[in-house]
Write a protein that binds this ligand. Sequence first.
Ligand SMILES: NC(=O)c1ccc[n+]([C@@H]2O[C@H](COP(=O)([O-])OP(=O)(O)OC[C@H]3O[C@@H](n4cnc5c(N)ncnc54)[C@H](O)[C@@H]3O)[C@@H](O)[C@H]2O)c1
Ligand SMILES: [Zn+2]
Length: 379
Amino acid sequence: MERYNIPINVPFVHRVCFTKNVFSDENDLLSDLLTEGGGRRAIVFVEKAVTNSWKSLVLQITDYFHSYDVKLCHIEVMEGGEVIKANDSSTRKVWELIEKYKIDRHSYVLCIGGGAFLDAIGFGATTAHRGVRFVRFPTTTLSQDDSGVGVKNGINSFGKKNWIGTFSVPYAVINDFEFLKSQDPEVSRIGLIEAIKVALVKDADFFEWIEKNVIALNELRAPELEECVKRSALLHATHIADGGDSFEMGSSRPLDFGHWSAHKLEQLTNFELSHAAAVSIGMVLDTLYSERFSLLDSSKSKRIFDVLRQLRMPLYHEKLAELNDDGDLEIIAGLEDFREHLGGKLTVLLLKDIGTGIDVNELDYRLIENCIVQMQSIK
Ligand SMILES: NC(=O)c1ccc[n+]([C@@H]2O[C@H](COP(=O)([O-])OP(=O)(O)OC[C@H]3O[C@@H](n4cnc5c(N)ncnc54)[C@H](O)[C@@H]3O)[C@@H](O)[C@H]2O)c1
Ligand SMILES: [Zn+2]
């Protein structure tokens, strides 16, 4: 018998950019990026909610491409939001257009929209020809501060979040802060939850900055909002690049603090609860659990709840307390779904301090129940 363990190292560059008015004549960021890559063709997918708010966007994109070498083959405007992830019809549409317009692996698929739109279109683009170059333009706070700068694409299946998907480093991510201006203010504010999450698990100074700037953030003042989004995006992106597990081959998922119950809550509410709102509630549960499990000092959890309250994040949902036919909490099944999705051993991140997480491999169901009861009075 012979056995060879031959390492394969594939170098990737994660190009994460911040700008304003990316499609204006004076902005060379995109043309430089596409020219550098040497590709000659591009198609663009734009979420309808974005073109509804930015009426001249399609025209602006068309004009932008007139002035240089990459051929813009087509602009497709499609509905986005969580519903686009519900089945594979968007995937098929993406494949069809990539085939029709002869987009090869050196060409570009540009995608402008919220996190759900990017996930769904990205899944199509990264499976066509085993992956064409995908350029993301996130247009919501959540997609700019977290999902858009990540390396995951996917759609929901079997009633489970992101059950089908790919890991793929996008060709580039362009966070254009102007797009944030048309977002519903409440959705925009709740989208900051992933910034609070990454601060809690990675960067105590950033959490203190959020505490100090909470009034400005609550009012969505542009300078503070943009700084918050940028710091969060860079923390997420550098974790993916330097954290030693870019494609989540291991069991630990530090960026998924609060997410085991959040994903289940989204499912239990038929996705009426947004990802951001569910993460906020999931973070309250895991913060309280960390405190009750004697990992986190109560003064620290109080600071966390104060920030969430001041930013008017949701802190509880009645589906948390829903029981199944056996009289057990439905939400507990989220733990097994979470484990199954990442494979291997159950690993949940709890907090031992602000800015410092700790992995645990089991949770005490009784304690979860107690926390859920206590959460009803935190509101
Ligand atoms: N791939 C990942 O690593 C990752 C990480 C976290 C979250 N996610 C996914 O991201 C999704 C949530 O993303 P989201 O919070 O951006 O929600 P979303 O994409 O559903 O967008 C929220 C709403 O804003 C609208 N919208 C988008 N941009 C707009 C703009 N500029 N102006 C006006 N309206 C606009 C959308 O149509 C939608 O109604 C979830 O499906 C979640 O699972 C993925
Ligand atoms: Zn998330």
